[in-house]
Design a binder for this molecule. Structure first.
Ligand code: SAM
Length: 332
């Protein structure tokens, strides 16, 4: 088991399988000519298997594949299939912009992917183009409905951006009322050296909930089995879905953080907000390092897992970038 000095245990790994993305969301990758990592410096599927073999024996129970956009990585279905067969006990999930999944939804279901987190910040076609640089909204909406049809659970992640999508709250609530899915609003975080974060764009979870309550009744859902992660979830008695908020800034959840993140180039980040990372790639590929040695490195890194909100307080009086790396290269 990986434990830190505060008694937190790591049971959840976010694995970025590529830093490349087919979208250019302005808040995620503000510098559009960000250099992508050369292919030979990216974890191969074999590297990832080896790493997962090790962590799955250290009580890591849940793995989320993220990116960049996971579905730009070649042979992802093959990879998922192999993962599911090799680690049947691991809870394997994906976060995606859902622009490239249209022809893969049935296969995802057959492989045994139970749910997808789908990032979608607007329901307006023109605004979608302005945020992402691409005209894919209809495609994404069709794929969301197709996922629900085949029985893949959908959680929509909306980055809450005042002045950008706050006027769409009612549309998002209606989406949750009319479909059996979760719509979760995530507070905008000042991540990456060139972050566009500004106070004026910050739309807090409390404001969101207060406004949503005026649209429809919200009933708090208790998280008995700790399934919601850092989200606060509300059911909608008048509809099919649920609304949630994730509040990394206004109500941080560092005390219960159970995560490790692995970037696409195999760097372990023990905290989203800290640039301190551990280069695992050379260890994974070295014939001189065995499973036990890699395990020890993970355990030692775990001991030093920091409290993220302390980093935010220290470095971030004016909330300018907490860390250097952009979100698309960390994986969210
Ligand atoms: N491409 C995939 C997707 O779109 O879901 C996975 C990677 S993306 C980096 C993961 C998540 O991070 C997305 O939901 C995105 O909206 C979110 N994100 C990116 N930058 C953010 C920021 N500064 N604050 C809050 N969320 C952010």
């Amino acid at each position: 088991m990986i434990k830190d000095n505060y008694g937190r245990a790591v049971s959840y790994l976010r694995l970025s399988i590529t830093d490349r993305c087919n979208l250019n969301c302005f808040y995620c990758r503000p510098c559009r000519n960000t250099r992508f990592i050369p292919h030979n410096e990216i974890l191969t599927y074999e590297d990832m298997f080896y790493l997962l073999e090790v962590v799955s024996r250290m009580d890591v129970q849940k793995v989320r594949l993220t990116g960049g956009e996971p579905f730009v990585r070649r042979d992802i279905l093959y990879f998922l299939n192999r993962l599911k067969n090799s680690f049947p006990e691991l809870d394997i999930r994906l976060t995606t912009n859902a622009t490239l999944i249209a022809g893969k939804i049935r296969a995802l279901k057959d492989i045994g992917i139970k749910g997808l987190n789908i990032s979608l910040d607007t329901l307006d076609r023109e605004k979608y183009q302005r945020i992402t640089g691409r005209d894919f909204l209809n495609n994404v909406l069709t794929s969301i409905d197709r996922c629900l049809e085949v029985g893949i659970r959908v959680k929509i992640n909306v980055v809450a951006l005042k002045g950008v999508n706050d006027h769409e709250l009612e549309d998002f609530v209606n989406m949750a009322l009319s479909r059996p899915l979760d719509v979760r609003f995530i507070e905008f975080m000042p991540i990456g050296q060139k972050t566009l974060w500004q106070k004026e764009h910050f739309w807090s979870s409390d404001e969101i909930l207060q406004s949503a309550q005026k649209i429809t009744e919200l009933k708090p859902v208790a998280d008995k089995d700790m399934n919601h992660g850092p989200a606060r979830i509300y059911s909608l008695p008048q509809g099919q879905g649920r609304i949630g908020v994730i509040s990394p800034l206004s109500n941080h959840f560092c005390l219960t953080c159970n995560r490790f993140r692995i970037t696409a180039d195999g760097r372990l980040r023990t905290c989203l907000f800290s640039d301190k990372d551990y280069r695992l790639l050379p260890l994974i590929r070295s014939p001189r390092i065995n499973n036990d040695q890699l395990k020890k490195v993970l355990e030692r890194a775990g001991l030093k897992k920091p409290m993220g909100h302390e980093i935010m307080g220290r470095n971030n009086k004016d909330r300018k970038s907490i860390c250097e790396r952009v979100m698309s290269s960390i994986g969210g």
